[in-house]
Design a protein around this ligand. Structure first.
Ligand code: GDP
Length: 203
């Protein structure tokens, strides 16, 4: 059982020279805007408003870094979370979109301390073409991928597990690489953390 002790905002960045420098293992969160990414991060760190839950999709245009301190097996440890801008938001100019893509790709390809990328998919909607593009891109980068299917509460209990299995098949990833999640019902919190920590601890 992993227990979150503290979570703090570290910094905002748009360029590599602004990324935090200390070598802390990092987990990045990607997903289309409005998928529930901010809510997921807040739920994972047990804080209501660490990350602002937006009512206007597509507003986060920077990389936002947070440090989560937790206790696991009587050890106190820190993991850094990086919240990436949501993709797939239509109302942005092409220039802006190209800039974001370069920023996101640069980070995902080059960040040495990045151990795992959490790719967030809407469990009810399923993977969109943008999600599939992002997953394709992630396959070409060094960090491991964990797929988290959120808003699972929107499905009836009987449909939840089958949907997670279906998603793993559809994405052609092992079932262990997909976790069902809900910020509303707090489903999957320990599962996400234990899989994230397994990749952080893997050599
Ligand atoms: P982001 O744009 O990806 O950061 O998404 P937000 O966290 O801001 O959430 C977008 C919308 O989805 C908000 O209206 C949230 O209340 C809602 N939402 C987020 N997570 C869940 C969830 O697990 N279940 C349900 N039913 N709604 C959620």
């Amino acid at each position: 059982m992993l227990k979150i002790l503290d979570a703090v905002f570290v910094t905002t960045a748009t360029r590599p020279d602004q990324y935090p420098r200390e070598p802390v293992p990092e987990v990045a969160f990607v997903g289309r805007s409005n998928v529930g990414k901010s809510s997921m991060i807040n739920t994972l760190v047990n804080r209501n408003k660490l990350v602002r839950v937006s009512h206007t999709p597509g507003r986060t245009r920077t990389l936002n870094f947070f440090d989560a301190t937790f206790e696991s097996q009587a050890r106190r440890r820190v993991v850094r979370l990086c919240d990436l801008p949501g993709y797939g938001f239509a109302k942005v100019s092409k220039t802006e979109r190209v800039q974001w893509q370069a920023m996101i790709a640069g980070y995902l390809e080059e960040r040495q301390t990045l151990k795992v990328v959490v790719s967030i998919i809407d469990a009810e909607v399923g993977p969109t073409p943008d999600d599939l593009n992002m997953l394709d891109f992630l396959q070409s980068t060094p960090p491991k991928i964990l797929v988290v299917a959120t808003k699972l509460d929107r499905l009836s209990k009987a449909h939840r597990k089958p949907r997670v299995i279906e998603l793993a098949k559809r994405l052609e990833v092992p079932l262990e690489a997909v976790v069902g999640f809900s910020s509303v019902e707090r489903i999957g919190v320990q599962d996400v953390w234990s899989r994230v920590m397994a990749t952080v601890d893997a050599r």
